[in-house]
Design a protein around this ligand. Structure first.
Ligand SMILES: [Zn+2]
Ligand SMILES: [Zn+2]
Length: 180
């Protein structure tokens, strides 16, 4: 296993999925994902885990999966993910998008019913500094998901669970998971 970057994310979770083993993920991206975790953890539904389905992509793999050779994934500033609540149910993508917006991601895309793309693009690291879109409808001009932001539960301690979670994902399915 590689290094733990933040309490709930390990560098290995962001390695390119094509088998090339490259990984140029950036820390500010992972720190923002940790904030998404903390937010979900403070809601009444809680969070069991955030599952990175795609983090860093080498340019070749990016093109192979329909992206471009210089998009946000190839720059290490993007991740696609879904999240399970404490009952093991997947959060809806528009809820995740709302939390991503709340914690300050500048590039957010709803990929499907439960998966989102989030990136930390800005004018110096990318061609445009802002994009909120819905890949299901092709709408590239979403103003906000604010209305879907879940409330922070008053009775839930707003703190990060510092346990290290080990997860192994194969084809988007968890094959091994434990806390140490
Ligand atoms: Zn690769
Ligand atoms: Zn993406």
């Amino acid at each position: 296993m590689g290094n733990q970057i933040t309490p709930h994310f390990n560098v290995d979770e962001f390695t390119c999925k094509c088998g090339c083993r490259t990984n140029n993920i950036t820390r500010p991206l992972v720190e923002k994902l940790e904030k998404v975790y903390e937010y979900l953890n403070a809601t009444s539904r809680g969070v069991q885990g955030i599952y990175i389905t795609s983090g860093y992509r080498c340019p070749r793999h990016s093109v192979a999966v329909g992206g471009s050779a210089d998009d946000a994934h190839t720059r290490g500033i993007a991740a696609d993910f879904f999240a399970l609540d404490s009952a093991g149910t997947r959060y809806e993508s528009r809820i995740l998008a709302a939390v991503c917006e709340y914690v300050g991601f500048s590039g957010i895309g709803v990929i499907d019913k439960t998966a989102v793309h989030a990136d930390i693009r800005n004018a110096s690291n990318y061609k445009n500094a802002h994009w909120f879109g819905n890949e299901m409808t092709g709408n590239d001009n979403i103003e906000t998901w604010r209305e879907f932001l879940p409330a922070i539960a008053a009775n839930v301690p707003h703190e990060t669970n510092s346990k290290t979670r080990i997860k192994i994902l194969v084809d988007d399915k968890t094959i091994y998971e434990s806390e140490v």
